[in-house]
Unconditional design. Structure first.
Length: 83
């Protein structure tokens, strides 16, 4: 629903803009616009599958290199001691 503000008789432009701004803020249009501005749509099914396969191949490659001895175990851990 559009917000319509008509200029009153003998009303200054500043007062009209102030009235319009107040109407926008109280209607919630501004909040909805800000929420939509940063909306990040989720990944589709194929993209989730590709990401999962990529993580799986990286994990298996790292496990193989660790078993062979080409990958240091300390380098693969994060600050909390997890892999």
């Amino acid at each position: 629903m559009p917000i319509v503000i008509k200029r009153r008789e003998n009303e200054s432009n500043e007062r009209l803009i102030r009235r319009f701004s107040r109407r926008i803020q109280t209607s919630g249009v501004l909040l909805r616009a800000k929420k939509r501005q940063h909306h990040d749509p989720g990944k589709n099914r194929n993209q989730r599958r590709k990401d999962a396969l990529r993580r799986l191949t990286i994990r298996t490659k790292n496990e193989f290199l660790r078993r062979v001895g080409l990958l240091d175990d300390e380098l693969t851990r994060d600050n909390r001691g997890r892999r």
